[in-house]
Structure formats: structure tokens, C-alpha cells
Design a protein around this ligand. Structure first.
Ligand SMILES: Cc1cc2nc3c(=O)[nH]c(=O)nc-3n(C[C@H](O)[C@H](O)[C@H](O)COP(=O)(O)O)c2cc1C
Length: 207
């Protein structure tokens, strides 16, 4: 089995990425993991954590944070355009950008690969491999919408981190799990147990 490529850019919602990493590793998956420079800054601002710059230290850091020794984890540096994952000859099962900033959306949509995430997204599109983009911004302006449409037309799956209430979440963690698992549904991967919609609840409903 080829690895998954999990990328995190500088949008709000880094706990989604952390949970995705944990579920992938717990499922025994092989994961290539890359965080953009903006993503590192958001992680510091919102979660108050400093991500080690040294990649070996970073791998141990995520192992500790996710409390998971399963699977295989390889971290990559945001500006390493010579990384294995930057090449089309490196096969993957697909790439997920979770969460994805509007800056990254715009650069991928216009074919400008300034960092490793953008290069990998470009590679996934050119190779016709699954690319799932989870854009996080609110509200979306016309430029965002047009860029997302361009990406959808180019073959990406747009899966925004939008919660639902039909699974009756009790905690924020329930909500995170719902979003992460639904995003991985886009790759045909069932990552965890999810209460899925089973039709209307039969109550004494009289419209
Ligand atoms: C705390 C914080 C939260 C942010 N949230 C978002 C967001 O939800 N969506 C977005 O598009 N940009 C957001 N930004 C701005 C991006 O981080 C910024 O545009 C950055 O340059 C994106 O870099 P990247 O696309 O290379 O990851 C946020 C910035 C900070 C500091």
C-alpha cells in the first residue's frame, strides 16, 4: 500500500489535522506529513505549541502528541522542494490538505507552487491522483469561490470542515471526529466509527 500525504496549511482548525494524523497512524497507515510555514504559525497562535524544526524531533513530537506508535510517519519541511513527495514518481494513495488556507487554495489554483504543499498538490493534479482540499475561511469571497471551482474542475475534491448535527455530537471532539472521518470518506477510507445518517428519526411528528 502506498502512503497518504497529509498536509496542513495556515488556516484555523489544526486539531482536525492532529486527529487525522492520529487516526491514520492508529489504523497502521504510512503517512507523509507536511505543515506549511503559515501552518506552523497558526499552531503556535491557536494551540500554543512550538513544532520542532528538526524533522526527527518533529516525528517524536507527533508520536507523543498523538500517543500512537502505530503506522509509519515521515515529516517533511515546508520548503523542501527536493523532498521525495515533491516528485510525481513518488506514489501515494492521495493527498489531503486539512485545513487549507485561502492563500494555498489560490496558489494551487493558479499553478504557483511556492512551497512543498503547493508542489505536491500540483503533482497530485497532474498525475490524476486523489487530492482532497478542506478549505477554511468564513465567509468566502468571489475570489475564493472561483479558485475552489478551478480546483474542482482540475480534479480536486473540495471537502470543507463543516460540522453536522444529525450525529448528535456531545463534545467538540465528537464534532472533530465527524469532520475528519467525513473528509477521509472522500478517499474511500473509513477511518473510525461514525454515527451515520440513517433516515429521519421516527417521532410523533405532525407537520
Ligand atoms: C491564528 C490565525 C488563524 C488563521 N486562520 C485562517 C483561516 O482560517 N483561513 C485562511 O485562509 N487564512 C487564515 N490565516 C491566515 C494564513 O495563516 C496566512 O494567509 C498564511 O500566509 C497562509 O499561509 P499558507 O497558505 O502557506 O499556509 C490565519 C492566520 C492566523 C495567524
Amino acid at each position: 500500500m502506498h502512503p497518504f500525504l497529509l498536509a496542513v496549511s495556515g488556516a484555523s482548525g489544526q486539531p482536525l489535522a492532529e486527529r487525522a494524523l492520529q487516526l491514520l497512524l492508529a489504523a497502521g497507515a504510512e503517512v507523509d506529513f507536511v505543515i506549511s510555514r503559515g501552518g506552523i504559525a497558526v499552531w503556535q497562535a491557536e494551540q500554543k505549541i512550538n513544532i520542532p524544526g528538526n524533522l526527527i524531533d518533529q516525528e517524536s513530537f507527533w508520536r507523543q502528541r498523538t500517543n500512537c506508535n502505530g503506522g509509519i510517519l515521515r515529516c517533511h519541511r515546508w520548503n523542501d522542494q527536493a523532498a521525495t513527495i515533491a516528485s510525481g514518481s513518488y506514489k501515494t494513495r492521495g493527498m489531503i490538505i486539512l485545513p487549507c488556507s485561502m492563500g494555498t487554495v489560490g496558489r494551487i489554483a493558479s499553478g504557483v507552487a511556492l512551497d512543498l504543499i503547493e508542489r505536491c498538490a500540483d503533482v497530485h493534479l497532474k498525475e490524476g491522483r486523489p487530492l482532497v482540499i478542506s478549505p477554511r475561511e468564513m465567509p468566502w469571497n468571489l475570489v475564493h469561490l472561483r479558485n475552489l471551482t478551478t480546483l474542482a474542475e482540475a480534479g480536486a475534491r473540495i471537502a470543507p470542515p463543516i460540522p453536522a448535527w444529525y450525529q448528535q455530537p456531545k463534545t467538540l471532539d465528537d464534532m472533530v471526529d465527524f469532520i475528519v472521518i467525513r473528509i477521509f470518506d472522500s478517499l474511500g477510507l473509513e477511518l473510525g466509527n461514525l454515527k451515520r445518517w440513517e433516515g429521519p428519526v421516527r417521532i410523533n411528528y405532525k407537520p
